[in-house]
Design a protein around this ligand. Sequence first.
Ligand SMILES: Cc1cc2nc3c(=O)[nH]c(=O)nc-3n(C[C@H](O)[C@H](O)[C@H](O)COP(=O)(O)OP(=O)(O)OC[C@H]3O[C@@H](n4cnc5c(N)ncnc54)[C@H](O)[C@@H]3O)c2cc1C
Length: 386
Amino acid sequence: MTDSPPRSAPETDVLIVGAGPVGLALGLALHRRGLRVCLADARPDGAGERDARVLALAHGSRQTLERLGAWPESGPSPISTIHISQRGRLGRTTMRAAEYQLPALGYVTPAGVLYGSLRAAAERAGIQILHEAEVTRVDTTATHAQAVLGDGRTLDARLLACCEGAIHGAADALRTRDYHQHALILRVQIAAPHQGIAYERFTPEGPLALLPLGEDYSVVWTLPAAQAEQYMALPEADFRAALQAAFGNRVRFTATHERARFPLGLRARGNPVGTRCVWLGNAAQTLHPVAGQGFNLALRDVWALAETLADAADPGEARLLAAYAHARALDRRSTIGFTDSLVRLFSNDDPLLAHARGAGLLALDLCPPLRHFVAKRMLFGARAWP
Ligand SMILES: Cc1cc2nc3c(=O)[nH]c(=O)nc-3n(C[C@H](O)[C@H](O)[C@H](O)COP(=O)(O)OP(=O)(O)OC[C@H]3O[C@@H](n4cnc5c(N)ncnc54)[C@H](O)[C@@H]3O)c2cc1C
């Protein structure tokens, strides 16, 4: 941060750095609240449509995306039931949408499709997006924020919203953990219809999730880094056999497609706000995908920020940013802690822990109020929002 001479009022209230799914959702939410926004993204237009990730969206996220006019028209695949178990051990639990009077517990969509519908909604709203505009430096003072682009251009605003998808450098009070795991993601064809059932299966190597996507399953298979690398190189039949052995026989796989790999870790800023600056999405916290919480948490942050800044004369005012950080502290802290605990508790072969896990899953199964608490937590976040 540097001190700068006084300037005239900028034309943009909020400059959003990064037009990925979180930056676009924020642009839409702020625009809807009457703020003037501009987005700058390093990549060419449409690059986000090639995102290989597949996202499980909670029911609450569907409501938010509908309000933003960005729910994908192609209709994400509904999850009617979530089946949770651990391989080779006792204990399992099942959650059903009907228990919560909901049409679905969640929805599954390719991240590229979601990006496309957010991008189209931003275009309909007339939101300005600069492409191939990498922000190389940001300067903020008590009165002003400025971003400098790679080509030397400067963009002024009252508030910078950093949605650049990663936490760079030594951020304040950063919480980090390297899980030494990679997520292997792929699509798998199956022998019988999935009927909307999602599976979360905990194995000693790491969690293995099957998410219904169209007529197939999208798989997120967490593995030690070296094993993931080895599996990436296997011929299809050998790879499929390894996947079948890891998952068990509840679902029979007939073909696998489109393998991709992501290194996993936890990186979270202690404080998501600074002087005329706020960090959202993966730039605020990058989580393990075990419980599919990253984008869902980010959308709750986006909505809360837009509500806090609605009708504000100065959206970069320290008082407003502090109010936002305070309002989001519980949900952020508990979602980060929940995800981290799940990985550490379920990704090992300690026999004592295996018994505790089995007892925990059994308790969830036998005790509906406890199960409902966990389900609502996953559907709506810490405060069962909205
Ligand atoms: C395997 C896997 C599975 C997942 N599954 C789920 C799930 O089921 N449910 C869920 O909720 N979440 C899930 N997540 C998390 C989710 O993918 C992320 O939370 C989400 O995609 C983050 O979006 P973002 O917009 O913050 O970042 P990104 O999508 O990375 O976008 C960042 C944007 O910023 C731009 N940018 C970067 N640097 C600059 C710069 N200097 N100047 C200008 N622009 C810049 C980039 O070009 C990019 O367009 C998963 C993650 C992984 C890895």
